[in-house]
Design a protein around this ligand. Sequence first.
Ligand SMILES: CCCCCCCC/C=C\CCCCCCCC(=O)N[C@@H](COP(=O)(O)O)[C@H](O)/C=C/CCCCCCCCCCCCC
Length: 214
Amino acid sequence: MAAGAETFSLREVLVAFTACVSEQREVRVDPYLAGWKGLVRFLNCLGTIFSFISKDAVTKIEIIENYRNSDQRENYLTVQSMVEYELANGLVDLQKRSKHPDSGCRTFLRLHRALHWLQMFLEGLRTGEDNSKTSVICSETYNASLANYHPWIIRKAAGVAFCALPTRNTFLETMNVGTAEEAVAMLGDALPYICEVYKITEELYAQHKLLDLP
Ligand SMILES: CCCCCCCC/C=C\CCCCCCCC(=O)N[C@@H](COP(=O)(O)O)[C@H](O)/C=C/CCCCCCCCCCCCC
């Protein structure tokens, strides 16, 4: 495990995702990005072999953060307001990337797909046997989700990187919430919130036919 693992806290990441859904069932962008930033910190601790993954995640987080720091920041407060604003103003490339290659909607969609993987991966970790291999949980959940959107070369590189993952219990213990059992309990508490964020976003994107944005 590379230096910096001590700065990662599973609790902080999960708290961020639990704060995402508003009373009106809207998905708040800031805690969503905070959750991903915490995950990227964790990924960076796993070694340089994961750099190509964390760089892509950081690029996408920064694109959306830039919208949140622009004079249109209020329109990017929630995923719902972002979708409404960008669609109403023709800011989304619907068929092919051209005039708006980095719209908030297409960028958020990439993180949303990754959230589906995360949800499955954490569930796999939570329910796995003590001695199960994180690399296997990771590749099975990746192949069942995110891999469907990635070209061969990315799938291959991801598969190689997964082999560097530590065992399940070492992995759980590096989450800085106590024993592996305590980490499992925390995952059990937090997963319903992550699932809810995923479900609300999926429904919103489906409703606006945005699930295949180029
Ligand atoms: C609670 C702690 C335990 C879980 C720790 C998980 C840490 C994961 C942290 C970050 C995950 C990275 C999310 C990656 C977002 C990828 C978005 C994407 O699909 N990008 C591709 C498409 O983008 P465009 O070209 O259309 O702009 C892009 O091509 C991808 C490039 C990089 C490869 C992405 C591979 C993703 C593998 C899944 C993550 C594995 C992490 C394993 C560590 C446990």
